[in-house]
Design a protein around this ligand. Sequence first.
Ligand SMILES: Nc1ncnc2c1ncn2[C@@H]1O[C@H](COP(=O)(O)OP(=O)(O)OP(=O)(O)O)[C@@H](O)[C@H]1O
Length: 328
Amino acid sequence: MTTVTQEAGAPFGAAPPSGDTGEGAAIRTRGLTKRFKGGQVAVDALDLTVPRGSVFGFLGPNGSGKTTTIRMLLGLVAPTEGEYSVLGLPQARALPKVGALVEGPAFYPYLSGTANLMRFDAADPTAHRGTAKRRIADALDRVGLAAAAGKRYRNYSLGMRQRLAIAAALLGPRELLVLDEPTNGLDPQGTREVRTLVKEIAAEGTTVFVSSHLLAEVEQMCTHAAIMRTGRLVAQGTIASLSGGLTARIRVETPGPDDAARVLAGLGLADVRAEGREVTAELGGHAPEQVNAALVGEGVAVRGLAVVRPSLEDVFVGLTGEGFDVDG
Ligand SMILES: Nc1ncnc2c1ncn2[C@@H]1O[C@H](COP(=O)(O)OP(=O)(O)OP(=O)(O)O)[C@@H](O)[C@H]1O
C-alpha cells in the first residue's frame, strides 16, 4: 500500500480483518467502532458496504468520523470494536492493491514532481525498484502531469499539487483508491481537476472511496454515497436511490396562485403549497408537460415552471432534521 500521510511512522496492519470476507464488496464494515481515550466515540457501530467499481462518496460534516473510519480501514488506527474487510482479502494482501491519500501529502518544494515521487516510492518497502521509473512516469501521465514532471513542486498550482498526491497513491496497480477530502483547500479550478481525475480513474475500473464534507461535490462525482453524522451512518446507497426516497416537486410561477393551486390539487398532486406568486407540489407520477397543459387549459398564466429534484442535502435534512452545516 502507498499511503500519503504526514504522520510518519503510523502503524500499518494494526487491525486484522475479520471472518466477514466482504466478498463482492471493495469495503465492508460491520459494527465498526472507534472510541478514543477519554470516551469520545468517533465512529459508532458502522455498517458500510462499498460496491466494487463504484465511486463512493463518504459524506459528512466536519468531525463526523470520516477520517477515523478511513484510518481504521487502512490499518493506521485500531478499531475499538467491530470488523472490516478491504477487497475481501486479508489485510497484508489487500493493502498493496490500495492507493490512499490521507491528510495532506508532504512533498519537498524544491524537488520536481518526478523527484518527489522517486523519494516517495523509495520509502515504500513493497515497491519494485527496477520498475520505479516507468511506474512514476505512468502515474504522472495518468494524472495529467507528464508535461510538468520536471517542474519544481513549489511552482505547482494547488490542483497540480493534489494531482501529484493522487499520482503518489497510484504508483502501483490499484483496485481501490481511498481519498480523504481530496479537494480540501483547492480553488474551483483545482477542484474541477481532481473531480475529473477521479472520474477518469473510476472509468478505468478502480473503485474510488472518497470522503467529503461537500454535498454538491459528492452528487457530481459519485455513483454511491454514505452519509455520516456524529460517528453514525445515516444512510447509504446509490445517489439515485438516496434522493429517490424523496419525490421531486413541481414549482409554478404565476400571477394566479390560488387558481394554480386548485388545478394542481385537482390533478391529484400532493402537498400543494402556495407562497406569493409561487405554487409548489409533489410531482408524483405526473409528467410536468401534462401539468403545464392542465394549468394553461384552465386559463392559469404560467410564467415559469420547474421540476425541483431532491438533493442529497434534502435527504440529510429529511433524515436528521438538521441542516448540513458546512461551508460548501
Ligand atoms: N486521535 C484522536 N483523539 C481523540 N479524538 C479524536 C482523535 N481523532 C479524531 N477525534 C475526534 O473524533 C471525531 C471524528 O473525527 P474525524 O476526524 O474522524 O472526523 P471527520 O469526519 O474526518 O472530520 P474532518 O473532516 O473535520 O476531518 C471528532 O470529534 C474528533 O475530534
